[in-house]
Design a protein around this ligand. Structure first.
Ligand code: UD1
Length: 419
């Protein structure tokens, strides 16, 4: 087990490149299964979740290599259609492999992902959509067995909520299905557009990504391609929050301004200066932070739930009271108790959190409750007086490439130590 020792009190500064997006790399890696040839993904972040996805691909018969943020996947010959339980447990979002395995082989066995650290994470929309496409699904002892007795058929699917994972699963299943699939109320997240662009580069016919209605005209086969994974908008928001909470100044390279449009106004209300230019975001937090109007998490283009915790870390030190409303996940305030241990004044009731800014946060012994909550604690520690010991960092490693190196590169005092 490892933990981070973070000595706070300094300001971050300098220039730093934003990593490739975890939430795009995972569905893209699943999409490699459909290519039936060699695919090279550049800017692929080196994360435990990405390595878990590569293990799933290997276990299905793909040849995978990973070096210098470049993943090469050869899916010419598959040897199986079953994702073992231990790999499903390693990463809840491995459900996105379901659509791809079905699209490629017409059959898939995997375990039910069940609950996770963000509360129950059902997959009813994924399964209902696949059933509409002709998939027969049986469940026994937590194992889902999916077959397509008459092949995968394109159809019109209306999602009751614009689920990111369900939209991705349908796109993956539909790329090689017979006929046209239309997804109404599809998720509009930039990662959906990245998956559409990637599959089109492999020979798929997908349009409408980002609009809420995605149209997939099934093709007979796909081929390998070379593709660059988009930049991680949540990692960008995390670095912006690092600047805010420490009163620092950062220039983010390889960042996409359009993807953080809903996050920028929140930092501006806090009093940060932000300047965007092409793939660069400059943020300066020289003045004391101010509280903001209510922040509500929403599906894209609304404020992302994944940025809620890191922005809360900054608001913990903003003058006045801020309110956050978490509309996407039920159990996404588990970082609050840990922030309170560091001196934050935050109260939650159901979906709502009221953050009364404090003058100082103080180093403490805390535990990462989940991925983004863990990142929020690392940021709070950077902006705190004294030393913080942050445990359970396996969660942070799921989504941030060597967070200690990133934070040290911008002037932080962060060490990873074995416990
Ligand atoms: C993805 C992201 C995650 C992000 C989330 C919302 C990945 C790997 N993960 O997760 O980081 O926080 O989008 O932006 O990309 N739901 C159902 N039934 C379903 C599917 C979802 O009720 O069949 C509910 C979920 O419980 C949740 C909400 O819909 O309350 C949003 O989930 P969804 O958009 O599917 O998120 P994920 O794809 O799991």
């Amino acid at each position: 087990m490892q933990k981070l020792i973070i000595r706070g009190g300094g300001r971050v500064r300098g220039e730093i490149s934003v990593q490739g997006a975890k939430n795009s790399a995972l569905p893209l890696l699943a999409g490699c299964l459909l290519a039936g040839g060699e695919t090279t993904l550049y800017n692929c972040p080196e994360l435990s979740d990405v390595f878990a996805a590569c293990r799933i691909l290997s276990c299905l018969g793909c040849k995978c290599s990973f070096r210098n943020n470049t993943a090469t996947i050869n899916s010419s010959e598959l040897t199986g259609c079953e994702v073992p339980d231990e790999l499903m447990r390693e990463m809840r979002s491995s459900i996105v492999f379901l659509g791809a395995v079905l699209g490629r082989t017409g059959e898939c066995r995997l375990s039910f992902p069940g609950g996770c650290e963000l509360g129950p994470r059902p997959i009813d929309m994924h399964l209902s959509a696949l059933r509409q496409m002709g998939v027969r699904i049986t469940e026994e002892h937590g194992i889902l067995h999916c077959t397509c007795p008459r092949g995968l058929k394109g159809t019109k699917i209306t999602l009751s909520f614009p689920s990111v994972g369900a939209t991705e699963n349908i796109m993956l299943a539909a790329a090689l299905a017979e006929g046209e699939t239309v997804i109404y109320n599809a998720a509009r997240e930039p990662e959906i557009c990245d998956l559409g662009d990637f599959l089109n580069a492999c020979g798929a016919k997908i349009s409408g990504c980002g609009s809420g209605t995605v149209i997939i005209s099934g093709v007979k086969e796909l081929h390998g391609c070379e593709y660059t994974v988009m930049s991680d908008r949540i990692a960008a928001a995390t670095l912006m929050a690092a600047a805010a909470v420490t009163g620092g100044e950062l220039s983010l390279l390889n960042a996409r301004c359009a993807d953080v449009q809903s996050v920028i106004p929140v930092f501006e209300q806090m009093g940060c200066g932000i300047f965007c230019c092409k793939d660069r975001i400059f943020i300066s937090a020289k003045k004391p932070l101010k509280a903001v109007k209510t922040v509500r998490t929403m599906p894209y283009p609304g404020f992302p739930t994944d940025a809620q915790a890191v922005v809360m870390a900054a608001l913990a030190k903003a003058e006045g009271a801020s309110v956050m409303v978490e509309n996407i996940f039920e159990n996404r305030y588990r970082h609050v108790d840990e922030l309170v241990r560091m001196g934050a004044d935050i109260k939650t009731e159901g979906k709502v959190a009221v953050i009364q800014g404090v003058k100082e946060l103080y180093g403490a012994s805390v535990r990462a409750p989940d991925l983004r909550g863990g990142a929020a604690l690392a940021l709070a520690a950077m902006g705190a007086q004294g030393e913080t010991s942050l445990e359970n960092i396996k969660f942070i490693d799921r989504g941030y490439e060597s967070i200690e190196k990133t934070l040290c590169a911008i002037g932080g005092d962060v060490r990873r130590v074995n416990v």
